[in-house]
Design a binder for this molecule. Structure first.
Ligand SMILES: Cc1cc2nc3c(=O)[nH]c(=O)nc-3n(C[C@H](O)[C@H](O)[C@H](O)COP(=O)(O)OP(=O)(O)OC[C@H]3O[C@@H](n4cnc5c(N)ncnc54)[C@H](O)[C@@H]3O)c2cc1C
Length: 453
């Protein structure tokens, strides 16, 4: 439907200049709309944030979203449209490191490859049943899965310590502990993915270029430092109440509004008329994973050795570990630590008590003792006021039937964002697809309005 200029003469406000909002805004502009993008931060990109200051050798690293996978078609296509290229990274994917209480931290027991298929095998009966429902969240199968945690399931199948450790290592992926995460979220992931065929990529020069490149394509510059507070719909349009950095409020009128904000900030917005009760609950009850992402720049890349993985899921308090910039030049190199769920709390505690040393001690098994830290940067996304967490996860208390409400239009208000995506929730790809979906919905809405007029 895009590129038909069907939106000529229409005004659209897009709230949120993350990938969802920017992808929507560019599509809407291409269809002829006059687009205004509002963003609370002092930058575009949201949870895509490349840190460029403070590292030696002009190196950079991703404080937010990093990896793109083979089947992330939307973001790959979008990067191409903005003229950006992808570099393959982390060949061989993630191995798993399990802590050995006797010899840890100098030498954890095991580095295993391919733990994910083993978990998939254990989950197989549930995955098969779930696929029969075409992955619907309103079926009794989804409800049974949703009402138990991954930890409950591990107890039921009498999982051994090795499997429990591997599932604990998924904190770096789901950003939630097995006790919190619903089994439905795990089964959904296993039922959706192309097992073992994925490769990893990142955008050459930094993922933030995608956001800044999209923002540059807009005729009207993104309005930064602008927070959406309230939305009023009347016959014929939408009125958005915003507040600037000086606290002064203003109202912006438009034909249609796309809200591409995380549920954490969306739930503070006052709607007139109010959202339906189920939609309010869907937004209110959605949880976001705790996440602390740390970048450690060392004077040498001690983790790069022949035959060794470049990425590890772990059950360690520092979370998952991977090479953050193998594609960049210089003797120095950066390691990423992504601590999700309770590992985020443990990482924050280590940082508060012992500083960076508290983290590097947990890297001795990898050879960190031979290297010096040149620079570091830790970002706690839970404390970020405009995200309040890493990305959404489905808690065992979440009613699965509420999920469909996250993306449901409310009159002239449409919703986008990672959390609204069914196939790619938690990924940049989901954000981009949701933005394109919302733009297509605006076009359909506009056709309806024209035919009624
Ligand atoms: C630590 C971490 C690691 C990740 N790793 C990966 C990865 O490797 N690969 C991957 O694909 N994905 C990853 N992700 C997920 C990815 O970052 C997100 O799925 C995606 O960027 C979300 O985009 P979005 O547009 O939906 O939301 P956001 O990027 O959050 O954009 C929403 C925007 O709305 C703004 N906003 C919020 N409230 C208001 C308001 N009231 N008024 C105005 N503006 C407001 C925010 O400031 C923000 O800019 C990671 C995320 C984190 C945090």
């Amino acid at each position: 439907m895009a590129n038909t200029r069907i939106l000529s003469g229409r005004s659209v406000v897009v709230a949120g200049a993350g990938l969802a909002g920017l992808a929507a805004a560019v599509r809407l502009q291409q269809s002829g709309a006059q687009v205004t993008v509002l963003e609370a931060r002092d930058r575009v990109g949201g949870r895509v944030w490349t840190v460029r200051n403070g590292f030696a050798d002009g190196q950079h690293a991703e404080a937010g979203a990093d990896l793109i996978e083979t089947d992330h078609d939307a973001i790959r296509r979008l990067a191409g449209q903005v003229g950006l290229s992808l570099t393959p990274v982390l060949e061989g994917g993630f191995a798993f490191v399990r802590r050995d209480s006797r010899r840890y931290p100098s030498n954890p027991v095991s580095i295993a490859r391919g733990f994910w298929p083993e978990i998939a095998k254990l989950c197989e009966p549930w995955v098969r049943a779930y696929r029969l429902t075409e992955q619907r969240w309103d079926s009794p199968i989804a409800r049974v899965l949703a009402n138990q945690s991954v930890a409950d399931w591990l107890d039921q199948i009498r999982a051994d310590r090795r499997i429990r450790a591997a599932v604990q290592g998924m904190r770096g992926f789901f950003l939630a502990d097995p006790e919190e995460l619903s089994l439905l979220a795990l089964v959904d992931q296993l039922a959706s993915e192309s097992q073992g065929q994925s490769r990893f990529y990142r955008i050459k020069g930094g993922n933030d270029q995608l956001a800044t490149g999209l923002a540059r394509m807009l005729r009207e510059p993104v309005q930064l430092h602008t927070t959406v507070l309230a939305v009023t719909q009347r016959r014929g349009g939408v009125r958005v109440t915003v507040s600037g950095s000086d606290g002064i409020q203003a109202k912006i009128a438009a034909d249609v509004l796309v809200l591409a904000l995380p549920a954490t900030t969306l739930r503070r917005i006052v709607f007139t008329p109010p959202l339906p009760a189920l939609q309010r609950r869907a937004i209110r009850d959605l949880r976001y994973g705790r996440a602390t992402k740390t970048q450690l720049q060392f004077d040498r890349r001690f983790w790069q050795r022949q035959g060794r993985p470049r990425a590890y899921g772990t059950d360690l308090p520092i979370g998952a570990i991977w090479d953050a910039n193998e594609e960049q030049r210089g003797n120095a190199g950066i390691l990423t630590l992504l601590a999700g769920g309770s590992a985020s709390i443990e990482t924050e505690r280590l940082l508060a008590q012992r500083g960076i040393r508290g983290l590097t001690d947990h890297l001795r098994w990898l050879g960190a003792a031979q290297a010096s830290v040149l620079a570091s940067r830790a970002v706690c996304w839970t404390d970020d006021p405009w995200a309040q967490g890493g990305y959404a996860f489905f808690h065992r208390d979440y009613d699965p039937e509420l999920r469909a409400w996250l993306a449901r239009p409310h009159g002239r208000v449409l919703f986008a964002g990672e959390h609204t995506s069914l196939r790619w929730q938690g990924y940049m790809n989901g954000a981009v697809e949701s933005g394109w979906r919302a733009a297509a919905e605006v076009e359909a809405l506009s056709r309806q309005l024209c035919s009624r007029a």
